[in-house]
Design a protein around this ligand. Sequence first.
Ligand code: EPU
Length: 336
Amino acid sequence: MIRYFENIDITERNSFHVRQIAKRLVEFDRAEELPELFAKYGTENWYVLSGGNNILFTQDAEPLLITPCDNRIEVIGYMGDKVRVKVGAGVEWDDLVAWSVEHDLWGIENLSLIPGKAGAAPVQNIGAYGVEAKDAIRAVEMYFVEGGNFASLTAEHCAFGYRESVFKQSLKGRVVITAIEIELSKTPNPQLGYGDVVREVEARGGATLANIRDAICSIRRSKLPDTAILGNAGSFFKNPIVESEVAERLRAEYPDIPTYPAQEEGKVNLAAGWLIDKAGMKGHKEGNVGVHERQALVLVNLGGATGGEVLTFAHKIVATVREKFGIEISPEVNIL
Ligand code: EPU
């Protein structure tokens, strides 16, 4: 079914909870409805608004907002210990993780409690605690708006990288993702190498799926603000990727600087949260916007902030980090 709204308040449709109006918004349940939808509302000026968890609206939304609502999870094949699952773009990501844990299937448990919908997961290749969506995604199903055709892209063609994919590059603004296909495993494969995960899992009695999920949920709840209470979009900034020499130069001055190997050789990831924290901005507030007190990567709406205010504040943080470290951090969040 297609549901059409005009001049709709989208405060509750973006996790930052900035108060904006969308001129036109459509929700659709099934991929097959997309040709009809675009025939009716036009192919010119549109934008996919999924769960609204990674977006900052800085003005009323002019484009037609399109929200995928297909929330089916369906097993489509078995091969050895592997299970292939098709997931509608509108499935809440964490419901999918809960489903996988209930069905004793390994692969995405470390991605517990990441806010957002399954259809958005491949766009920025969501990741946490040493696992990324790309490790499970085998194909992405989509509708090409201009040509009016459906296609399925295998993972090799999705150009997945750190918070990157072809959907942020050459396919940006051209396709609507309708479903993803993931592969999970019946064989246990705990990934506990990141941060506090081992300790928290051991404290719960060992590496079962349920314990890992519980541990990750608890770590996230302890650091990340609940969007129902404090509007936010998770990490506002990406962790910057720099040449190894740049990291070494910084290490000489700041021996405790955390660094992580980047996918590209000769480069390393720095922690934007650490940079912002070390620059003295953690917990810093201006008007209705602030840097979260427990995780400097997250900007929060303290109540009634406009998108413009958040953006101005974000620019200040970028400038402060640049001045102190000579490092350029950039938003992970989409700004509209
Ligand atoms: N750090 C600080 N101060 C802070 C925040 C972090 O010093 O305020 C330091 C930490 O002590 C640690 C390092 O920075 O040494 C990295 O911090 P953390 O492990 O918390 O991870 P992150 O780099 O801040 C990334 C993802 C998160 C994901 C976590 C866990 C990005 C942009 N963010 O955060 O993803 O949950 O790793 O894997 O890559 C999201 O994308 O919305 C998100 C929350």
